[in-house]
Design a protein around this ligand. Structure first.
Ligand SMILES: [Zn+2]
Length: 236
């Protein structure tokens, strides 16, 4: 029975190593996803800003066209002034010139505002792009490390799995199944030491008779409280 329990303990060591690899792998994959998400987030902000700039530039073009038209109107109206015969018509054209000039001023002001807005956004885009590039170059090294680590995990997993197969083979089907169930249901610990009459898996006292038979190593025993497979460490 000592042989079986030794095999089980070694098997559990292998399984715990495999579990740690899985956990480390998930952590690294999560970290990589976070880096990707952060880069993506900044990229989307840049794209949204660029879209706003394009819209503003469209509005700016329209404003400039309106401005050109109004300026042409001013020139045209002013050219008519010398040919005007009546005072009434003269005043009307003057008023027309005035209105057009005021419109030109308004449009020029709006256009200047648009320009300022566009410049502000362009600066923001530049800042975001720099932040994105900085993040990408900072995280490039980390992403390479993660990639390397994941590759090496794959290698370790392969060799541990092979060891595991060899380890589990000599165990009876029942014992294999029992062990597997306990691993799943008891937080990855199926085989535990019993010491001073206590199961170290659940910290409950074992019946003295059970503990004594463990010392004699007659059979594989399970803890009556947590069902884990028990072993005792004898003084060398
Ligand atoms: Zn127990």
């Amino acid at each position: 029975m000592d042989d079986q329990i030794t095999l089980l303990r070694e098997l559990q060591d292998l399984d715990q190593k495999l579990n740690r690899i899985d956990q480390d792998q998930h952590k690294l994959e999560a970290e990589r996803r976070e880096i990707d998400a952060e880069v993506m987030r900044i990229r989307e902000m840049v794209e949204a800003l660029q879209k706003s700039i394009t819209e503003l530039e469209g509005q700016q073009t329209e404003l400039r066209q309106a401005l050109d038209r109004e300026q042409a109107n001013v020139v045209k109206a002013e050219q008519r002034l010398p040919e005007i015969k009546t005072q009434k018509e003269y005043l009307a054209v003057l008023k027309e010139v005035d209105t057009a000039k005021k419109l030109v001023r308004d449009l020029a002001e709006q256009s200047a505002q648009k320009n300022a807005e566009i410049q502000g956004l362009e600066q923001e885009v530049e800042e975001k792009q720099q932040a994105m590039e900085a993040l990408e170059s900072q995280s490039a090294e980390r992403c390479r490390e993660i990639e390397e680590a994941l590759k090496s995990f794959e290698g370790s997993r392969q060799s541990l799995s092979e060891q595991r197969q060899a380890q589990i083979k000599p165990l009876s089907r029942n014992l294999q199944r029992n062990y597997q169930l306990l691993m799943e249901r008891r937080g990855g610990i199926a085989v535990v030491e019993a010491r001073n009459g206590t199961c170290l898996g659940c910290n409950m006292h074992l019946p003295p008779q059970l503990f004594n038979s463990l010392l004699l190593a007659q059979d594989i025993k399970t803890c009556p409280h947590c069902n884990r497979l028990l072993f005792v460490v004898r003084d060398a």
